[in-house]
Design a protein around this ligand. Structure first.
Ligand code: INI
Length: 189
């Protein structure tokens, strides 16, 4: 039998999509900087004009999952990283937004088979958010690490015989018809 474990050394060039909420951009901008720093120091070209990282900006955390799922469905990315900041106390929106983005990001991952990383801070105050976005540590860095680890792990699992992968990592032939993808846009509920 086997042990599967993601590494942080890429076998080939990775493609990553970042979905970032503009709401609380004082925080999401810092998470983005931490995330880019980690990716860059792992050899990934984070230039938006380059071939490895694409960026999608959305109004707020509520919109993140929809865009993340759509990007994952393209089959172009090894991982999608979602960055947002939902801060309690600013508005009663907190509970709705926090729960919808958490459920939506998990669903995007399950439905597409692409790792979709939950990099959405949910905090009681701006102070707590700042502490997690650079003052004490920058969780953007950790979210990028999770993306690298999961891209590697899923790549290994998708290489197992009989695995219907997304065509990115060698698990399934790139010529696999769209209907063989684990879940297609049409098949989703
Ligand atoms: N969006 C956030 O990303 N964080 C928040 O704290 C937040 N609050 O508290 O309201 C927030 N609201 C906006 C929401 O995500 C949507 O963009 C908006 O409701 C339009 O659909």
């Amino acid at each position: 039998m086997a042990v599967f474990e993601g590494t942080f050394v890429q076998g080939g060039p990775l493609r990553i999509a970042l979905v970032i909420g503009r709401f609380n951009d004082l925080i999401t901008g810092k998470l983005l900087a931490g995330c880019q720093d980690c990716l860059k120091r792992h050899g990934i070209d984070v230039d938006p004009q380059g071939d490895q990282v694409d960026y999608a900006w959305v109004p707020g955390s509520f919109e993140i999952a929809m865009v993340a799922r759509q990007l994952a469905l393209t089959g172009r990315y090894h991982a999608v990283i979602c960055l947002g900041a939902v801060i309690r106390g600013q508005t009663p929106h907190f509970d709705y937004v926090a729960s919808e983005v958490a459920k939506g990001v998990a669903a995007a991952s399950f439905q597409t088979g692409v790792p979709v990383i939950f990099g959405v801070l949910t905090t009681d105050s701006m102070q707590q958010a700042l502490e997690r976005a650079g003052i004490k540590s920058n969780l953007g860095w950790s979210y990028a690490m999770s993306a690298l680890e999961m891209a590697s792990l899923m790549g290994q699992i998708q290489q197992l015989p009989g695995t219907a992968g997304n065509g990115l990592t060698g698990g399934a032939p790139a010529s696999l018809p769209a209907s063989s993808f684990p879940v297609t846009a049409e098949g989703m509920t």
